[in-house]
Design a binder for this molecule. Structure first.
Ligand code: ARG
Length: 461
């Protein structure tokens, strides 16, 4: 079977090795629905423009619907010699309609067609990822109320730093995921522009209506330059980047909970339905789900890198290299969706080990910064207060005591006017109450943020 793309210009049959080497149907079959929808819009427009008759367009549209279903359910076999999804659809149409089928490719090239299909596919995929991100945000917000009174250490440099509410952690992830959603929304506008009718590279001499196809396909805009249309893959890059930031966020969360689930931290119990065992060590409950999420982030980062390098130095306009843009993005979407689908139940079902956290919460001088600020409020310059509290911490460490266990006299050495009310700000439970600034972990601030998140995510209680 010879491909409809081989014109009379060819002196010989294609070499089998090239067929196998250059086919894209093994992965671009994913675009079948988009290819059918794009072709239907194109055929309808050709009829309105009197380039096809209404009868021809109706027959084409009817057969295209059927072909779409048949490719999806495997009734039409995929063949390397037909190269890509466009040729499979067109060949099936020609087999059924003969010359009428041969008219569909009027005023269109696979160059604008592939860009159209891919944009439509990415648009739908962005919408699916957005929904999953929303579900993950909800899972974090829904943890906030039951976990509201749990105080845990916040870390910088993986060293205990200051006390925060567990809910503050959950909302930190909501913020990151919100930016991921914003980025996708913004990127979607540039994905959602119509290349259809740009044809191969210079447009067409036929009287087409590009606005009509754009409207039918739900594109927000019509791309204005056929050279740009044929060559543009910015939309692939920025989508791949948006997916990468999602995975970077997930990998941070995964790494954190992997640590938190160790005996050393003992902060969280992961749901056993999402853990695996060891074939030799019977005591092991391993956090494989989130380890794999962390691990799979590498693929998505790698896919972005591949797409960037692919585009470097390509001259205008379409080059066959561009076919290599699909696998990385397909893989990134598949990976991100799979990871989000698992992250949602893991976030929802994991349990904080409240007692274990509380037992060691007063270790690590989490209240030292609050004490420093207390002294500053009494007039001590920050650098002096910083030094003084540091010395006090050193003394406390030597005696294996917490700050609140030191005698009042130790504090009065820093500032003779101090009285026993200094103890009201010491200890993590007191320290956390003294935060005030917007965005801080102060319980009233966090509660306000929880309320706002619930409202914006459409959660009731
Ligand atoms: N399979 C090709 C791709 O993914 C479709 C476009 C082919 N165009 C061409 N002129 N060979 O880019």
């Amino acid at each position: 079977m010879s491909s409809p793309s081989r014109s009379g210009a060819f002196a010989e049959q294609v070499d089998r090795r090239l067929e196998k080497f250059s086919e894209s149907i093994s992965f671009d079959h994913r675009l079948v629905i988009q290819d059918i929808n794009g072709s239907i819009a194109h055929a309808k427009m050709l009829a309105t423009q009197r380039i096809l008759t209404d009868e021809e367009a109706a027959a084409i549209c009817r057969e295209l619907e059927i072909i779409g279903g048949q490719i999806q359910n495997g009734e039409i076999p995929l063949r390397a010699e037909l190269e890509d999804i466009h040729m499979h659809v067109e060949k099936a149409l020609i087999d059924r309609l003969g010359d009428v089928g041969r008219k569909l490719h009027t005023a269109r090239s696979r160059n604008d067609q592939i860009s159209t299909d891919f944009r439509l596919w990415i648009r739908d995929s962005i919408d699916r990822v957005d929904l999953l991100l929303l579900e993950l945000q909800k899972a974090f917000v829904q943890r906030c109320t039951p976990d509201l009174h749990v105080i845990i250490p916040a870390y910088t440099h993986t060293q205990r730093a200051q006390p925060v509410l567990a809910a503050h952690y959950w909302l930190a992830y909501c913020e990151k995921l919100e930016r991921d959603r914003e980025r996708l929304r913004d990127c979607r506008h540039r994905v959602n522009r119509s290349p259809l009718g740009g044809a191969a590279v210079a447009g067409t001499s036929l009287n087409i209506d590009r606005y009509a196809t754009a409207r039918m396909l739900g594109f927000e805009e019509v791309m204005a330059n056929s050279l740009d249309i044929s060559s543009d893959r910015d939309f692939v890059l920025e989508t791949a980047f948006c997916l990468t930031t999602i995975m970077l966020h997930l990998s941070t969360w995964a790494e954190e909970w992997i640590l938190w689930s160790t005996t050393e931290f003992d902060f969280i119990e992961l749901p056993h339905a999402f853990c695996t065992g060891s074939s030799i060590m019977p005591q092991k409950v391993n956090p494989d789900t989130i380890e794999l999420i962390r691990g799979k982030s590498a693929r998505v980062v790698g896919n972005l890198q591949q797409a960037i390098v692919l585009l470097k130095g390509l001259p205008l306009a379409y080059n066959r290299d561009l076919q290599e843009d699909k696998q990385p993005l397909f893989d990134s979407f598949e990976t991100v969706e799979a990871c989000l689908e698992l992250a949602i139940p893991v976030v929802a079902q994991s349990k904080l080990k409240i007692d274990s956290i509380a037992t060691r919460l007063e270790d690590g001088y989490l209240d030292a910064t609050t004490l420093m600020e207390y002294l500053m409020k009494r007039g001590l310059p920050q650098r002096q207060a910083h030094h003084a509290v540091g010395s006090l911490v050193r003394a406390a460490m030597q005696q294996k005591l917490q700050l609140r266990q030191l005698p009042l006299s130790a504090f009065q050495e820093l500032d003779p006017t101090l009285d026993s009310s200094v103890f009201d700000i010491l200890g993590t439970a007191n320290a956390i109450q003294s935060f005030q600034s917007y965005g801080s972990t102060a319980p009233n601030q966090v509660q306000q943020q929880i309320d706002e998140w619930k409202k914006s995510l459409g959660l009731t209680s």
